[in-house]
Structure formats: C-alpha cells, structure tokens
Design a protein around this ligand. Structure first.
Ligand SMILES: [Zn+2]
Length: 432
C-alpha cells in the first residue's frame, strides 16, 4: 500500500529543520520519499495549500478521563482529587473504554499520532487505541496495595498486561508507578525490575506540587528526586511527568540518570501548581524534554498544538523573556524530544525517509492559518492554534482521519453513546 501526499509545505523536522515544498511518499507504513518524488503510488492525495508535518506525540495523559472532561474546574488540587476520585469510583469498564475512544478521537482530530498513558485497565484502553488507529505507549499504574482500587497486586496486573500486549504494532506496554506519594521504595523498585525484565520503561508523576515535595521531605529527609537517585530507582529511558518543583541539583540528577521530562504546562497552570518547570535549566543540563496534556479533567483537552503554545507562553511570562522557548524549540519538544523520550528517535518525530509514516496534513486555506510560508509555518503551528485545520492524520501509513472524517469507526454514533455514558455516570455519582 503506497500513498503520495503531493505538493504540501513539508515541515520536515530533519536535522536542518527544513521546511520545503514537495511530496511525501508512504510505502508499507514507512516514509519512502520526501521532496520531488517520482513514484506510481496506489493513491495520491493533494496537499496543495497544506502543511505536512510529523504527528505530534503527547508524552503524558490519562486518556480515558476524556469522559470526565470539565468535572472539577476552578478548585484547589485537594478538592479536584476528591471530585475526580468520587467519579472514578463509579466508573465501569465500559465507561473506561468509551472515555479512551473519545480521547483517541480528539487526538486524531488534533494531530496527535502517539501518546503515553498512565492508568489502570490499560487492556481496555488498548482496544480503543487499536480501534481508532493511534500509537499508544500504555502504562499500567503500579502503586502500594493499600492505596489502590485494583483487584489483585498492581505490579502483577501490570506484568500480565505487558505479557498480553507485547509485540502488537500500535501498542507498547510500559510500567507506570503512579508517584512517590502512593509508592513505597519497595513498590518503586519492583516496578523498575519489571520494566528491566520486560525491556520497557517506567513512566511516573514526579514533583508536581509543593506539598507533595515537602511531605516527602518530611518522610524521607530528602527531596523526591534525591531520594529516588539514592535508592537507585531513576533509570535511563524513564519519563517523569510534571517536574515542576525541582532544585538545580535535582535537574542534574535527572540528567545524569537519563530520565526524560514530560512537561504539562496547561495542567500545572490550571491546578495552580504554583511553580513553573525549569525548562531553561533542563536544556542547559541536557535533560531531554517532551510535552504532555495530562488528563481531560485537569486540562479539559488533549490538544498538543495548544500545549506547545502554552509551554512557550508560560516560560516567556515567568522569565520575562520573549526569546525563551521559541516556536521551533516547542515543536522540537512535541516531536523529536518526545520520540527520544520514547527511545524511538530512529522511528518517530520527523518526516524523513526510513521513519514510520505518522503524518498530519493541515489545510491552511482558512483565515486563522494565513498567511503561510516556509518562513512562518512553524510559528503558525505553535502560536495560531491550528487544530481545526487538521485535515488528515496518518498513523503507520494508514489514514485514521481523512478529509476530516474519522476512518475506523462511526464517529457520530459513538459520540451519542459517549454523551449517554457520561450522563449515566454523573447521575450515579449524584445519587451517592
Ligand atoms: Zn497525570
């Protein structure tokens, strides 16, 4: 199966960061040509007036919480958790699947082709990911038994999930120790051992709020990153979400260990986490940084274009420096930085021959995207909120969104079902 995406403005994200007018040839799920391509493809799609770019990668979310969109706004974190836990306790397996599909559809429509998830019941979420056709790095939540509603031992559940989902083309099972506030050292080390044994990595929340850091300091005498370094938990290839409250020493420890960061600016701002992740210091110390939306109850959306914009604005605003985190760097975090975080820099993150064909085509013939040229294309992608312009999304060489239509399921029928599921769930929560 081959597709020629013809005549677009290609934001390649290659090492020269070239933006060129030309074609992209997709063959058997891979990018087989970029530029002026001579080929006889099975089909050709016209990308004149369009931007063609690598699919965005969301490095931290809880996709099935899409069904819990806008349920706990404008409240402090403790109230937020109270509300979301109360709803979570009433959710059925079906609700989790419906939420996951809803989130995957939102991502497909906003240019995200790959995401990293942290939750339980990832076996149900995997079905939604495969149905919509995205690429999912799915982390089964591991935590101390006394804190979980999971049946059985979380680390064993995670192991079973990994064993059952290894080797699937679109799913990569990972280990997700939820955070130091619900994981003993023993649980953390079991998670690490499992990741090593299964040749995968750990994804976890880290230093999201000041109380979390101070409580932990009281308990262990050390700041979280220092303690995790001491016990030998931090490992090359891990992805730590948030990392808002870090000292420079902790930034250096993460750099030394080879841990990547998933920066979640919208969630941090909305929950008033107070601090700002020290991105300039992370860059200086060579910490690899990616971006994440977090879940739909703390962000209210899964739009990675907006995440790039807010990441840039937050740094500029807090550092009093308009040159901090420029548009190109933001796009790098959501593509190349994310691919590196996943250990997939040879496969994902740019439009180059030999990489997997995860592509997004944006129709720029709309007021909000014009003017567009090779000079301003990247700025438009980061600052002009371009999600509504996403026309086609291709994952692994296959359309998941084509001419603005979801390909693999009846979206209208599904959305009606999702609306009913959400209403039923909220009615159950109100009745208690
Ligand atoms: Zn999170």
């Amino acid at each position: 199966m081959s597709i020629l995406v013809k005549g677009g403005l290609i934001v390649t994200q290659n090492w020269k960061r070239e933006v060129v007018r030309g074609d992209v040839l997709v063959e058997n799920g891979m990018i087989a040509g970029v530029g002026h391509v001579k080929a006889r493809p099975d089909e050709t799609i016209d990308a004149g007036g369009c931007i063609v770019m690598p699919g965005l990668i969301n490095c931290h979310t809880h996709v099935s919480m899409a069904l819990m969109r806008s349920v706990a706004d404008d409240v402090r974190l403790d109230k937020f958790l109270e509300k979301t836990f109360a709803i979570d306790a009433k959710r059925t397996s079906e609700d989790i699947g419906v939420g996951a599909t809803l989130g995957c559809l939102e991502m497909a429509r906003s240019g995200t082709t790959t995401f990293v998830d942290l939750y339980y019941s990832e076996d149900i979420i995997a079905k939604s990911v495969e149905q919509v056709g995205l690429r999912g790095y799915l982390g089964w939540a591991v935590l101390d038994e006394k804190f979980t509603t999971q049946k059985g031992k979380p680390v064993k559940n995670c192991e079973n999930f990994i064993k059952a989902h290894k080797g699937r083309p679109l799913i990569r099972p990972i280990v997700a120790p939820q955070g130091v506030y619900v994981c003993s050292d023993d649980t953390l080390m079991q998670a690490k051992e499992l990741a090593q044994k299964e040749k995968t990595f750990c994804h976890y929340h880290l230093s999201e709020t000041r109380p979390e850091v101070y409580e932990y300091q009281k308990k262990t005498g050390k700041r979280p990153v220092e303690h995790l370094a001491d016990i030998g938990f931090l490992s090359k290839g891990d992805i730590a979400a948030h990392c808002v409250w870090l000292t420079l020493n902790e930034v250096r420890l993460l750099a030394e260990a080879g841990v990547s960061i998933a920066h979640c600016p919208t969630s941090n701002m909305k929950l008033a986490s107070g601090g700002v992740a020290p991105l300039p210091e992370m860059f200086k110390e060579n910490v690899n940084v990616s971006l994440g939306t977090d879940g739909c109850s703390s962000n209210n959306g899964l739009d990675m274009f907006l995440e790039m914009k807010f990441a840039s604005l937050l740094q500029k605003s807090s550092r009093w420096d308009a040159s901090v985190l420029p548009a190109q760097k933001c796009l790098d975090l959501a593509t190349l930085g994310a691919a590196k975080a996943l250990g997939a820099e040879k496969e994902l993150g740019s439009v180059e021959v030999g990489k997997k064909a995860d592509l997004v085509v944006l129709d720029c013939m709309r007021p909000s995207m014009l003017p567009v040229s090779s000079e301003n294309a990247v700025s438009n992608l980061v600052y002009a909120s371009p999600s509504p312009a996403v026309r086609d999304t291709i994952v692994d060489g296959k359309f998941v969104l084509r001419d603005k239509k979801i390909v693999n399921l009846d979206e209208c029928a599904f959305l009606l079902k999702a609306e009913d599921s959400a209403k039923d769930l909220m009615a159950k929560v109100k009745a208690t």
